[in-house]
Design a protein around this ligand. Structure first.
Ligand SMILES: Nc1ncnc2c1ncn2[C@@H]1O[C@H](COP(=O)(O)OP(=O)(O)O)[C@@H](O)[C@H]1O
Ligand SMILES: [Mg+2]
Length: 307
């Protein structure tokens, strides 16, 4: 039995203040060519230091989730459990629905007029599409980091303080300073910015901006962090820093990351979900997906036959 979800206008209006970068959601995705050879050997070397097995507590559960843009069905009935403190990577050819599915996990699709979601998404046994749910609060609990770093046109300090201020999380000025410092430390940015907290966030390098956006997300104490190709606008060194950060953050948060880089999925994730034309084809331990996938469509993708 599917529930039709109608976005609430109020929440949308509020959302614009938290997420003024909405236009990014509809921006075209790059269709990057995948490497055709030697992937498996890269996988072996690059994931040797992966973490121990994660918990099996289900953090988010989707049941028969369909997403439509007008008449077009972009997600065709997806059931997926995401476990607490795992890093799960979403991979698949451009246009297969990775971003669309990711956005169902914190109701970001509500912000797209033509978009309609059916089915169930539960987080900790709470239906996140419950019409009485506070969507702004949900998006603090399930934070999101986007493809292109999008700091607010504010100081570094105010970028991080923005969410805590909105949600009234700091008792006083000192408490706020502590939240900002801790968030910047967790995002691995503190040492680089501690002497220029009052300078504009937009003045940082691309990689620093992305870590600032991660600090901004962390500042409201989320439980889950969604990342949609967070490194695709970054150079290799900045990418390596963000990937390292993702591994550290997974000790504390549950992370779902869309990536068009299979090497990145291999490096950072515990499990990988392969999407194809709106279907979830396979979800398995990352190592298995990249060495012995269950499905021939997955195999065709990872061996570079399409992408
Ligand atoms: N805002 C939108 N309006 C209409 N169609 C969209 C929108 N966003 C995505 N789509 C369509 O939904 C499908 C899945 O897109 P998307 O989730 O962006 O895929 P991916 O992230 O895997 O590249 C594509 O066919 C895309 O054209
Ligand atoms: Mg996408």
């Amino acid at each position: 039995m599917n529930t039709v979800i109608t976005p609430e206008q109020n929440s949308l209006e509020q959302d614009k203040s938290v997420n003024p970068e909405q236009t990014q959601f509809t921006s075209a995705q790059g269709s990057q060519k995948q490497p055709s050879t030697s992937f498996v050997s890269q996988f072996d070397t690059q994931t040797s230091q992966k973490k121990d097995a994660k918990s099996t507590d289900v953090k988010i559960s989707t049941q028969d989730v369909h997403v439509y843009y007008g008449e077009t069905e972009a997600i065709k009935g997806i059931d997926l459990n995401i476990y607490a403190n795992e890093v799960i990577a979403f991979i698949g050819p451009s246009g297969c629905g990775k971003s669309t599915f990711l956005r169902t996990l914190n109701r970001m699709n509500d912000t797209i007029d033509s978009c309609r979601v059916t089915g169930k998404v539960m987080m900790d046994n709470q239906d996140i599409y419950d019409p009485n749910l506070d969507v702004v609060l949900l998006r603090a609990q399930v934070g999101m980091v986007f493809q292109k770093p999008n700091p607010f046109p504010k100081s570094i300090f105010d970028n991080v303080a923005y969410g805590p201020k909105l949600h009234g999380l700091a008792r006083d000025k000192y408490d706020m300073e502590e939240i900002v410092e801790n968030s910047l430390r967790k995002a691995g940015l503190w040492d680089e910015v501690k002497d220029r907290l009052n300078q504009p966030g937009t003045g940082l390098s691309g990689g620093q901006q992305q870590r600032l956006c991660i600090a901004r997300t962390i500042a409201v104490s989320p439980e889950v962090i969604l990342m949609d190709e967070p490194c695709s606008a970054l150079d290799p060194i900045a990418t390596a820093k963000v990937e390292e950060l993702i591994s550290e953050l997974s000790n504390q948060y549950t992370i779902a990351i869309v990536t068009h880089s299979m090497q990145q999925a291999a490096r950072v994730s515990d499990r990988t979900a392969y999407f194809h034309l709106g279907d979830l084809i396979e979800v398995n331990a990352t190592e298995k997906v990249f060495t012995q996938p269950d499905h021939q469509l997955t195999e065709a993708y990872i061996t570079g036959r399409f992408g």
